[in-house]
Design a protein around this ligand. Sequence first.
Ligand SMILES: Cc1ncc(COP(=O)(O)O)c(C=O)c1O
Length: 374
Amino acid sequence: MQVSKRINDIPMSGIRKMFDLAGPDSINLGLGEPDLAPPKEAIEGMNRASSAGRNKYGPTAGIPELRQAVADRFRKYGDISGSNIMITPSGSSALLEITMSVVNPGDDVLVPSPGFVIYGPHAQLAGGTFTEYKLTDGDFQPDIDDIQSKITSKTKMLVVTNPSNPTGGVLNEQSYKALCDIAEDKDITILADEVYESFIYEGKHHSFMNQLDKAIVASGFSKMMAVTGWRMGFLCASEEMMEYLIKMQYHVCASPNMPAMYGILDALPNIDPYLENARKVYKARRDLICKRINDIPGMSIQPPKGAFYAFPSYDLDIKSQELAGELVKAGLICTPGSAFGKYGEGHLRFSYAADETKIDKGMDILESTMKKLR
Ligand SMILES: Cc1ncc(COP(=O)(O)O)c(C=O)c1O
């Protein structure tokens, strides 16, 4: 059978490659997945909904009560209502549905580099191309000059991840304003990926939910409630754009997972204590991993302000793929920076959504491997 060129041309994500090489007792700091338990209200709510027979198709945009509850929670960022929210079967599908609804064949999409791995392939699936823009060293802000130099008449959309995977960078006010100006001046749509919004340890979240004339926001519950397997996300868009996004989602999946929506609905209004605890746990781990990394000769990191990733640089003259390969052989799984785009080279990504014992053991392996290689 012949496959489409569209899918044949897209390489498999480099994140999963490392797992194939790993031994059974390896320390895994490769996965971007919370290790905390989900809120019990969510699990009980989902079970209850399923037992009560809520197992049929639902409204395409999600149940109105949950759309409203999401709008209520995020109204602190912008003047939004339930009709600006669509529940999606994951943040990933929100990203794809947005890209498919904005990008025409031949259009170009600017994507952050280092950046999450699916934006470029999504642009290609929509028949477009993508161009990587740089993040600045150290605090990983979008490099505005680099963005300006890469805008062409074909540039249709610009993706911004805030907070960022893989860098943990959080957009500062200056970067946020500069991106808004670019979108305005050049008539470019911003796709803001805000799935890590709940995990900011210092500073403030600058959401694009108050810029819906030029931005669409993709977000989700996977990381917020540690339910990566439920596949529950949402997007936030102007009412005008929403009409098209709902049409897109109808053709993708008809409607999102019904019992899971009820579970999320039961947990969301009172999620703050759960998230406060999660932030406390992750922040302590972030401090631990950054200290351990900065104590290793040849490695350095500025403590990331958000998400749960550390993205240090190293001074060895080898590719990140090779260094990650050495670490896997020594029993530590991480992700080479190059998996996140050409400007990710010279870095490794460690997820600190793992307990402190694992982080310590992983850092022992990193330390001894770096010593050996230097
Ligand atoms: C930046 C970013 N966006 C989106 C996603 C997708 O999350 P999900 O599809 O689980 O909602 C991830 C997952 O790792 C991510 O890191």
